[in-house]
Each structure stands twice: as C-alpha cells, then as structure tokens.
Design a protein around this ligand. Sequence first.
Ligand code: 3PY
Length: 250
Amino acid sequence: FTIPLRQKLSAGEQAAGAWLTLPSTAIAGTIARTQNISWVLIDAEHGLINDTHLYDLANVIAANGASPIIRVPSEEIWLIKEPLDSGAHGLMVPMANSAEIVRGIVRATKYPPVGIRGFGPMFTSATGALGGAYAVAANHELVISVQIEHPQAVAEIEEICQEGIDVVFIGPFDLALSMGVQFGSEAHEAAISKILASAKKHGKVAAIFCLNGEQAAKRFAQGFQMVSVTTDIDTLTTAFAKELTAATGK
Ligand code: 3PY
C-alpha cells in the first residue's frame, strides 16, 4: 500500500505537515487538501480527539491525499494498537523519554516476529490495504515517530537513534519545560542541534513542531526533513484576529 509520507521521506524530500486538534472531518479534509502538505497529525494527546474519532479522521485525510499520523495520549504501549488499526499511516508517541521506552514502542508497533502487535486490521482502509496484505507491509511501511522532549532522551539520543523507529520528532515546548530552560535559549537550541545531528548520523528522519511558516522555513533550512507548520486552532486564532483588526482598526 501507498503511504504518501513514507514516499516523500524515502525520496529525501521535505515533508511539511499540520496539526489537527479539533475532531472534525470537514476541517481534517480541508487541511489535507492544502497545497504542499504531505501529512496531518491527529492529536489525541492534547487535542479534543479521542478513539471514536480516529477512523473517520484517518480516512478523510488519506482520501484527500495526505498521510494521517496519530499522536497517542502517552507512551504507554497499550495505547498503540487501536490507532494503528484505525488505518493511520503512522504513529507519533509523545514522551519517549528513554531508549528503554523507545524499544517498547518499537515492539508494540510491529507484528511478530519483530514485535508483539496483535492482529486485527479490520479498519485499515485508509492505507488502501486490508488483512493479509496489510500485515505483510505494515512493519516496514508505517511511519513510526517518537517525541524527544526530555533531557534523559537527549542524553540517550545516540542509542534511541539506533532503534527501529523512522522519525525522531522534537517537541520543543515540552523539551524547554523539562530542561528547565527558556524556549529558544542557547541551551534549548543546543539540545535541538544535538538531536538533529544524531538523527542524521543514524539515518533517521529529523522532525520538529512549529507554530507558523516562518519558524518552519528556518527549521527546514537547518536540516530538518519533516516539519509541522501550524495547527488548526493557531491558524484560526491568528487569522480571525488579523481580519478583525483589519476590519475594525483595533
Ligand atoms: C511540544 O512542543 O512539546 C510538542 O509536543 C508539540 O506539540
């Protein structure tokens, strides 16, 4: 089956994406149809999205040509199976704070003999493949990302980058908080550069979250291959404020 994000990353191309926090298929489809987007993150960690929304959101995003990637609520491995079975093209796991946690995530996302994922792909139509065909391809086609957002993960980044994941995805806000440093400070940027260098050294995709296109362009220029450009709610907030200011002069 075809995973647009996997194709982009394998071709060495930049993959711009966006964050979906609202449980609306209309919004998800609208975002997925945007020019130059290759993935949409369905945020079940901080967004207003739960497991009953996953199938519909994944399918509408895939039907509009982008890859649906689901962020699970936490790194606990029992949370991993159902989002994959909903047809997501990949998973993002937050708070992957150690190499040990990353090894557990890899096991949970792969069918035997590589891992321990149970078999139940009845709803994987978003991938365009069901049952046996899905099981054969899933282990190497789905895009598995772990979020690096804690000093312990930064300390163990060389080990993490040698595990069976595809993407090392920096959560810059949580990273600043857990390091106890200012967002954008020298120490924060040094940790981000260290993660980027380690990912590149070990052939993993380096990825990072941004709030707007200007920040995202800087991260692409720095060498990140996969960057989230904005979120539904941030875009709504800033666009509404801008137009209302233009209209009222206030
Ligand atoms: C972070 O910046 O901490 C994230 O996880 C992005 O949502």
